[in-house]
Design a binder for this molecule. Structure first.
Ligand code: SF4
Length: 361
């Protein structure tokens, strides 16, 4: 049990004391919201673990956790790989201050792009296990993947050939810093009917604090130029997402939302780059995300709230009445392939020797 101001976190349940004194519980797995007896709050906050009241209060919350609405479906994900992220370039034209890929997109590897034959072999192996009627997602990631557009084109073409006639839906995602999007690259992305995510941290003055070119200048002008090319072909892409990263260096989440909301993004995704000693920053980030929720609601109600990825997955779970039983799909339905031909369960482990498989040959 952990108390933060007027919140108590107990297992999968968040208890919130409202200014009027009532207590509301939110269950992270079933997404149920329920009024809680204020006595539960008093017991949990009064005290020392182990007293009779605390044990009773804890028991009541655990009973709630065990009771499942029979109308809801399990969201448990089977161990079957249906998504592969390929690092087509472990090199980047930018040098963002918070880059988690080794500071320069390389993840510390000297191998800047993968061997095509090996990628083909690994992709064919994964696709051979996908049954008819299912979908497989290939994400092109870097570094900056648009440094190697020819590799993206070839891998996508080969993947399409591998599933031809098998009734498998292929989806292509591209995550880019946006600076290299020319009209030709935009056409390439439309030919994949790609889901494109552009990394943009909000208004230029905020974006330019961390997203720097190799010469130390802000990259916002180049990103906005690339973004405009994508907006021109927006109808022929599958979707367009903004990916914004915040942290102690930039906590202008509300300002970022106000800037990004005017672009035709289908989705706006916020991430928080944790740095040492950033407890204050993470609290401020949470406060601003809550303010963004209010603004989005005023701007366009539920439709606009659904544009924010942080809330959209909750809406989806409610739409389909699916319990959230896997908060992360890494290694269950998703794998990552680096330029050395090694699998890891997600991008955060690329470059970490203990976390990766031996290269298959
Ligand atoms: S664009 Fe991405 S890979 Fe490139 S330096 Fe910035 S964070 Fe790293």
């Amino acid at each position: 049990m952990e108390r933060i101001g007027s919140l108590i976190h107990h297992g999968e349940i968040l208890a919130i004391k409202t200014p009027s004194g009532s207590v509301v519980g939110f269950h992270a797995r079933s997404l149920e919201v329920a009024a809680l007896d204020p006595e539960i709050w008093n017991s949990l906050t009064a005290t020392t673990d182990g007293t009779a009241n605390v044990v009773a209060a804890t028991q009541e919350l655990e009973d709630w956790s065990r009771s499942l609405d029979p109308r809801s479906k399990s969201g448990r994900v089977e161990h079957a790989i249906r998504s592969l992220t390929i690092n087509v370039a472990q090199v980047c034209n930018l040098a963002c201050t918070y880059c988690a890929a080794g500071g320069d997109g390389t993840y510390g590897s000297a191998i800047k792009k993968p061997e095509l034959d090996r990628v083909r072999e690994q992709l064919a192996m994964l696709l051979s296990h996908v049954p008819q009627g299912e979908r497989f997602v290939i994400t092109f990631l870097g570094g900056e993947p648009l440094l190697v557009p020819e590799l993206i084109t070839t891998i996508a073409r080969d993947a399409r050939l591998m599933v031809a006639g098998r009734g498998i839906e292929l989806r292509f995602d591209v995550v880019t810093n946006g600076t290299l999007v020319t009209p030709e690259i935009a056409e390439l992305l439309t030919s994949l009917k790609a889901h494109v995510t552009v990394s943009i941290d909000g208004a230029p003055e905020d974006h330019d604090r961390a997203r720097l070119t190799k010469s130390g200048k802000g990259s916002s002008l180049a990103v906005l130029k690339g973004l405009n090319e994508l907006v021109k072909v927006r109808e022929r892409l599958h979707s367009l997402t903004a990916g914004a990263v915040f942290g102690a260096h930039n906590l202008n989440v509300v300002q970022a939302y106000e800037f990004l909301a005017d672009y035709p993004f289908d989705s706006i995704k916020f991430d928080f780059a944790a740095e040492a000693g950033d407890e204050e920053a993470s609290r401020e980030y949470a406060t601003q995300v809550a303010a963004v929720a209010d603004l989005a609601w005023q701007r366009g109600g539920e439709h606009e709230l659904r544009r924010l990825a942080v809330f959209n997955h909750l809406f989806h779970a409610l739409d389909d009445q699916v319990r959230i039983e896997n908060h992360c799909l890494a290694g269950k339905s998703h794998l990552q392939l680096d330029t050395e031909g090694r699998f890891t369960v997600c991008q955060w482990f690329v470059g970490q020797k203990k976390k990766r498989s031996a290269a298959t040959s």
